[in-house]
Design a protein around this ligand. Sequence first.
Ligand code: NAP
Ligand code: G4F
Length: 342
Amino acid sequence: MKKAFLTGITGQDGSYLVELLLAKGYEVHGLIRRSSTFNTDRIEHLYQDRHEANPKLLLHYGDLSDASNLNRLLRTIKPEEIYHLGAQSHVRVSFDMPEYTGDVTGLGTIRLLDAILETGLDSRFYQASSSEMYGLVQAVPQSETTPFYPRSPYACAKVYSYWITVNYREAYNLHASNGILFNHESPRRGETFVTRKITHSLAKILAKKQKHLFLGNLEAKRDWGYAKDYVEAMWLMLQQPKGDDYVVATGETHSVKEFVQEAFGLVGLNYENYVRMDERYLRPTEVDLLIGDPTKAAKQLNWKPKVTFKELTKIMVIADLEKEGLDPKDFGLEPSPKGQKP
Ligand code: NAP
Ligand code: G4F
């Protein structure tokens, strides 16, 4: 039985990846942070198997700022595959906490890579790189050969992590890969990222618990895909004979305004009656346009996104209506599939 170790297991991507790995028969070990409240909501349905702890899902306390803990965990677990998803992942917040973001999102990666070297393991390594690294884009669309121009402390930290992963692959012959993932969303997306903020607020507006939705820049464009599709690409990268770097994207771009329009339109509302501008959500430097070229992933990994922009918006709107106790049928929408956590 293969063993995988995940950082960021409690996050959006970690929760979908652990589902995929358990379904493939892996024993999954995840790093979790000690918190004064539960932070395992997204994986609770996997951890508890008929009120017993799932023997194939093991959680370990730790933190990306704690190198000795990471070393100890790798030495004892000896995973064949490591998926490094943990990060301070919010771009706007990285302007408020630049040093912390550099430490966790940047140096956290070297702590993990060094732990692989020091323990002498030949674990395969996945680095969660980001389309934010393209920032002020130098080409349209962006591919594996497009130069980076980061526009936030978060993106700068991710550029460091990208290059240290390449460097360790070349210097120490590690099987290490960068997935340069463009934005990917789902009903499990954190509520402060724009897509989820929109669908969550829409449900609250319909439930009469909120009057307005306050947003920043509506003109920014993103290449939005579905998180469940994207974790498959991560797994595929670690099944290749050698480590490499891949763009994972849909190849389509839409503005924030288009997303709001689509979401509100699904329930018959005009977004202009609800959306208000709030300067607090603007960034000192913005990333105006992202659109990825996933040709290499399609050719080498045989990976393709399955869910379209409109389908993604619908999945998220329906899930948030249901969370608010509203019936999607009342708005002409089909409920989420039964027996699956959206
Ligand atoms: P997310 O939902 O924000 O999850 C981040 C995870 O990192 C959480 O499990 C969080 O733990 C953990 N974490 C944060 N600080 C940590 C620390 N100091 N030590 C240990 N763990 C820590 O992010 P996501 O959307 O799943 O994204 C996964 C990864 O892909 C991130 O590295 C992100 O930067 C990158 N990425 C995401 C996208 C996207 O569109 N989603 C695109 C490109 C790249 P808690 O639950 O305890 O907070
Ligand atoms: O949803 P966002 O916060 O995502 P952003 O900044 O693109 O970053 C996400 O995707 C990256 C991949 O490219 C990841 F690496 C990163 O970890 C994260 O997952 O913002 C998207 C756009 C931005 O242009 C922002 O200015 O939406 C705009 N926006 C407008 N109003 C807003 C808001 N963003 C947020 N979070 N909140 C708003 O009220």
